[in-house]
Ligand binder design. Structure first.
Ligand code: SF4
Length: 309
């Protein structure tokens, strides 16, 4: 069976060997974060609908998991915000009912937990990794550029409600954007918010690959350590920890893309068809290769073409 909604398994720093499940089309999200490695959000929305049909995701999961693969997690993540898919709960429950030996994880921006239906949908997922990059409205708007109906205060209330309803592990992730949320006043607000949310663990990261916006820079290691300490023993993720498996995977993808572009100029869609990689992975690698000056872009009638320099 050719899979449209599953990807990997991917060796991941945090989750071990993780099978990805992508529940929304590229790139559907409630936020348009300045650091997003997948590029600009093209469908900024809060509408919860069955963006990809549950029955086809379940058929793929059934086909794959029935071979009893060795996995550490089945992870809902991918081309945008997974909780936007209204069938998330039934898909997560299918895994727990039919393949209970597999642990499940949700990577989410946490913006939709204000909705009790979303909190119910995720109740049987083993681990939830929500992000919260700011606790003040201005910083939230600058970093996460939310859909107009979303406020930072509501997101924090939703995460606190999740904590009181949900029995699994919550690992709160904070992405540091120097000049915005590394400032003392913003960090004090973040500390107050994490005190309300009470995650099991906090992880902080900073830029380690090009994001959507060129002006976003990485915070230095000392700054990250100080912030981790201030927030109460938060763990550092990103460049400050070894990530050999991730690096090898990204290098292999990047080499594949360069080799293809040396033969002929391609759009993202052409690369997707030629290499059978997800658009989100291709976009990440293309951003990186452009930043490194290895490829260039040219606008033509069929779209933006990339070629090797
Ligand atoms: S980083 Fe996550 S939440 Fe932010 S725009 Fe990208 S997919 Fe959406």
């Amino acid at each position: 069976m050719k899979y449209k909604h599953l990807f990997g398994p991917v060796p991941s720093r945090r989750l071990g060997l993780s099978l990805g499940v992508d529940l929304v089309p590229y790139k559907t999200c409630t936020l348009n974060c300045v650091y997003c490695e997948c590029g600009e959000t093209t469908n900024l929305t809060t509408a919860r609908i069955e963006y990809v049909p549950a029955r086809s995701v379940i058929a793929e999961l059934d086909d794959y998991l029935s071979t009893a693969p060795s996995l550490d997690y089945v992870t809902f993540s991918g081309s945008g915000e997974p909780t936007l898919n209204s069938a998330l709960g039934s898909i997560a429950d299918f895994i727990k009912n039919s393949y209970p030996r597999y642990r499940t994880c949700l990577l989410t921006n946490g913006t939709l937990f204000t909705d009790a239906a979303v909190r119910r949908a995720v109740s049987r997922i083993d681990m939830i990794v929500p992000s919260l990059d700011a606790a003040g409205e201005d910083a939230f708007k600058q970093i996460n550029r939310p859909h107009k109906s979303i406020s930072c205060a509501a997101v924090i209330d939703g995460l606190a409600a999740l904590r009181s309803d949900y029995r699994g592990e919550i690992v709160l992730e904070i992405f540091i954007v120097p000049g915005i949320n590394n400032q003392p006043a913003e960090l004090a607000l973040l500390k107050e918010a994490t005190g309300r949310i009470k995650p099991d663990r906090i992880q902080i990261g900073t830029l380690d690959r090009p994001g959507t916006e060129d002006w976003v820079e990485a915070a230095g290691e000392k700054t990250m350590q100080k912030i981790a300490c201030f927030l109460g023993e938060a763990e550092l993720i990103g460049d400050f920890r070894p990530r050999r498996a991730d690096t090898a995977l990204h290098k292999a993808q990047s080499d594949q893309i360069i080799r293809t572009l040396q033969r002929r100029p391609c759009t993202i869609k052409d690369l997707q068809q030629a290499l059978n990689l997800r658009p989100v992975e291709i976009q990440k690698q293309v951003n990186l290769l452009r930043k490194q000056g290895k490829i260039e872009a040219e606008k033509k009638s069929r779209g933006i073409f990339f070629r090797a320099k």
